[in-house]
Write a protein that binds this ligand. Sequence first.
Ligand SMILES: [Zn+2]
Ligand SMILES: [Zn+2]
Length: 348
Amino acid sequence: MVTAADEAQRAAWRGGGFPEVERVRPGLWSIPVPIPIDSLRYVLVYALELPDGVAIVDAGWDTDEAYGALAAGLGAAGYEVTDVKAVLVTHIHPDHYGLAGRIREVSGAWIGLHPADSRLLRDRYDEAGIDDLVARERLLLVRSGVPSPLLDELAGASAMLRHYVTMARPDRLIEDGDLLGLPGWDLRAVWTPGHSPGHVCFVEQERRLLFSGDHVLPRITPIVAVHPQSAPNPLADYLEALAAVRKFDVDEVLPAHEYRFLELADRVDHVIAHHEERLAEIEAVVGAGDGVTCWDAATGLRWARPWETIPPFMRRGANNETLAHLVWLEARGRLRRVAGEPDLWFPV
Ligand SMILES: [Zn+2]
Ligand SMILES: [Zn+2]
């Protein structure tokens, strides 16, 4: 049943506002932490009360504003940052993982992350690894047929994001099926790769809740893209991982963005249908051409706003997301690729 508090959180999202810090269940708090990305606005951090403090699911990214909001939210729940015992990170994107290291410095909390994301930390967030990562991204964009005047801008478009992260190795690697062992919580990790190779959700079996991170969101679909740190066929992983969470019989889903919601299976079906439509659309665009680049296919698709108005960082995401669909279609034998610089895509 949708409660008045659920409605209030939804209304805050829809109205372009900021939801309240809320007690969602006894001992469980929802804390919005701001991120200056218009389309997302905040990360929902969940605080789980323990006998001697709290564990949090995700952390927000590393700005003073985010840290202040998290500290204030914990304060509303009766805790301080020093009371945080564990930071369970759903995946390594800056808005989820960025603050984890700073919280550990203050509180001594342990940080948990899936090994497939832990492996990516150095290249993504260390100065030592970033040049190599940008070079590999550039090559991917060349093979996608991105026009050369745009290459450098697009290749380096997300390198600045590492400034919103305190680089911190996890203390504990969280594997698929692991029981987290937090006193008073029946929390189990489910590996849900796709949006990130090491994305995990957490199922609370006793309370019938799913902490879904970015894997399943109520209104938007997470970006699933081929990039230098992705798996070879991330969309296949993602669709499989959607099927894996669909079977959970939970009462409510607690995502990291937007608002909590009730109908997990319906939402999963909707997301799968979205990707099937997208696959058909991309297959049609490739079918209408005679050797199409990924970039051309991307520019030929429908997006939420006109292509020319999409900022470079997001155009790269659009290209890489298109590539994920192309790769999926290739793996299914529905398209074929002639490799080169750029790769050309043909119908089978
Ligand atoms: Zn993410
Ligand atoms: Zn996110």
